[in-house]
Design a protein around this ligand. Structure first.
Ligand SMILES: Cc1cc2nc3c(=O)[nH]c(=O)nc-3n(C[C@H](O)[C@H](O)[C@H](O)COP(=O)(O)O)c2cc1C
Length: 239
């Protein structure tokens, strides 16, 4: 069984230590006087709510979706303890007859169990994924398939399934190549998350999207990225 827990980045941002950077710099954190820092960190951790970032930006540094997401995540990191799952680094496969049989026998990969519990305990979730084949890259569905675990992310009440997640709000950040606005029938990213929110009880789903990216001039693309980032930052203020 492949254990990918080590691929999950736990990032704790302490604004007074890292300044305006959206990402923690552990090297600099360590230079903070030891005992004082630990007490400070402990207090921050107790106070901070938890946010999970699910990142499926396959094009990495080239990703326009990630460019929009990073400043928004940086803003949210001032108020939330962030756990980040970079799905591009997690060697996941869809369930097979063998792995399904193992699951039915109660054998769950350690990483999936840990991720399901982390997600169920999160106060907020941010999904960062480009629009592929009218939805997400398949790795997002594979991730959800692995962590949709009975009595962790959902259960049943004898009549139907009911969610067990603590999350109150989900932010879905995406960019689409075609001229497909959010809510269009061809847009199956946000509609899927709405459905998943019903199953897991994740609360409101807010979509931050730019579209027509593959049919716009470079200047228009930059303008769309700027406008969408600003929109996301406004949402982040009350997220
Ligand atoms: C494999 C693949 C599939 C795609 N499928 C669609 C699609 O179905 N509809 C669409 O509007 N754009 C589609 N696109 C275009 C992307 O949504 C668009 O270029 C987006 O801005 C890419 O985001 P990124 O820069 O974060 O990778 C696809 C792109 C790729 C690479």
């Amino acid at each position: 069984m492949v254990d990918v827990v080590q691929l999950v980045e736990h990032r704790i941002v302490v604004p007074s230590v890292v300044g305006s950077s959206p990402i923690i710099h552990p090297e600099r954190s360590r230079s903070f006087p030891g005992a004082f820092f630990l007490v400070y960190l402990q207090k921050r951790l107790i106070a901070m709510k938890k946010l999970v970032v699910i990142d499926a930006c396959i094009r990495g540094e080239e990703s326009r979706t990630r460019r929009i997401a990073e400043p928004i995540i940086g803003e949210l990191a001032k108020r939330y303890e962030i756990t980040r799952y970079d799905l591009t680094k997690m060697p996941m496969e869809p369930l097979t007859p063998e792995t399904y049989a193992q699951r039915a026998a109660g054998i769950i990969p350690a990483w999936a169990l840990e991720a399901a519990r982390t997600l169920a305990e999160a106060d907020r979730i941010v999904v960062v994924a480009p629009f592929w084949d009218m939805s997400f890259p398949a790795v997002v569905k594979v991730f959800f398939e692995h962590i949709s675990l009975f009595d962790i992310t959902f259960t049943d009440n004898g009549r139907t399934c009911v969610g067990k997640c603590k999350c109150e709000k989900v932010m879905y950040i995406t960019t689409r190549g075609m001229n497909i606005p959010t809510g269009d029938a061809r847009e199956q990213g946000s509609s899927y998350l709405h459905a998943l929110s019903e199953l897991w009880d994740l609360g409101t789903v807010l979509t931050v999207a730019a579209w027509n990216m593959d049919y716009s001039s470079p200047a228009e693309i930059e303008e769309k990225i700027d406008n969408t980032t600003r929109f996301g930052l406004r949402l982040a203020a009350s997220f």
